[in-house]
Design a protein around this ligand. Sequence first.
Ligand code: PQQ
Length: 551
Amino acid sequence: AGPTDADLMNDANTPGDILTYGMGPKGQRFSPLTTINASNVGRMVPAFSASLGGEKQRGQESQPIVYDGIIYVTGSYSRLFAFDAKTGEELWQYDARLPDGIMPCCDVVNRGAAIFGDKIIFGTLDAHMVALNRKTGKVIWNKTLAAYDAGYSFTAAPMIVKGKVIYGNSGGEFGIVGKVEARDVNTGELLWSRPTIEGHMGMGADGKPTTMTGKLNASWQGDQWKNGGGATWLGGTYDPDTNLVFIGTGNPAPWNSHLRPGNNLYTSSTLAIDPDTGVIKWHYQTTPHDGWDFDGVNEFIPFDMGGRKLGAKADRNGYFFVLDRTNGQFVSANPFVSKTTWATGFDKSGKPMYDPANRPGPPSAEKGTTVFSAPSFLGGKNWMPMAYSQQTNMFYIPSNEWGMDIWNEPIAYKKGAAYLGAGFTIKPLYDDHIGVLRAMDPKTGKIAWEYKNKAPLWGGVLVTAGNLVFTGTPEGYLKAFDAKTGKELWKFNTGSGVVGSPVTWSDGGEQYVAVMSGWGGAVPLWGGEVAKAVQHINQGGALWVFKLPKS
Ligand code: PQQ
């Protein structure tokens, strides 16, 4: 017993539990609950807090799963916790024993677990997938996905579709090869494997080797495809209407684009994959021949508008894309940040109009010409998921205003070593804020409202039918805003930066809101001048749960 495929597909309509990363396979992060709403959220108080303890804290990017009276959260350093959903009492904890040589690029984070039947499943920083008994925490299966000493790691929440665990990989900064795979949820057995770099051999659903459709290596030169990057490090969404898994791919490796002429497929793209076979049905490349580390991994969220089946993605490159999700056809691309230097826009066919002066120059001897580029490589938006309201028909985007000095350098591939060929320093664009939470109208591409935050926003967003938008800040707050106007209605300081994704559910007639607290992620490690501005923020590791007081 436990959640079935049908339960997972119906997750967005069952507010009594949270069974999927994204609060539904489409990842809209919209809750129909209205008990807590814009008129009473000001009274919301903590119900309890639960510590992840340990000497090691760092970034807590997890989205809770809630089922059968238990809250499951993953923690930094590949840990998984089960807490009583009423009291916060710890029921069990699983602590993966990580080898010394793990190489996560951007903090020791994990974004969440998947639940199915008697199992709770998550990926670890040494690139394993582990299925635990959800009641006891005992290991049911544990599979090696890839070699951590070649730079592979795992940070995303896996998804489960039709009895298959579907997931990607991390390691794009080390010249690994991105892939998407499916395993049998009951046994962990590999069912298909689909590399995301043209030219690599995969495994089809019949167990036979596959090559990419189309011309082998058509978009790469020589053997650069061998270490081409394109890590699928954020996982994906699933659309039952079209039976497609949407999964983004990271930057091509190395960053230095002069070393790899061509479009470098399928890097910095959104891919639509058939979950039954692993076949790529369509792709759309958001940054062809990327030269700025504009990963295309950000979530592609299915939504319907004007009778059309569409999907939207707020990309690292600063543009908000709307595509036809049945075939990948371009609908629109509008900037959601105040400044994009690398392109002046997108043409009608969906191709970027580059500004060649703003591509970092080829290295002459040691260092090429420096250009100032906005957004920075950490993106107009990074991994932190946006939300889509079925009530306001708006997307709520956690975005950041920053640029970077970037220059290219020579580089050669070496197994297990950073493979960038570029140097960079991130700089804020404005004195008083970096983070901006924005309400985006997908119809017009216009911003309806925005909330400015001093530190970069690095947490996920939740929207509810109670006309509320929730998100966290590095300053430690979970905040609630009016979904229509952007007015700040409530905040609570959790004691450390919030970079987790909030969720809400109902139990016994009461509505609960939960979020992880614990500052970390890529900003303190890679943020240049911005990292200095946030280095005073204390680390932490706690689950916070809120509700209305009994009246
Ligand atoms: N992870 C974060 C984070 O959790 O804060 C930010 C980033 C990652 C990035 O900005 C990345 O570019 C990135 N790239 C890869 C990759 O190319 O494999 C992996 C990850 C990751 O797994 O966390 C990040």
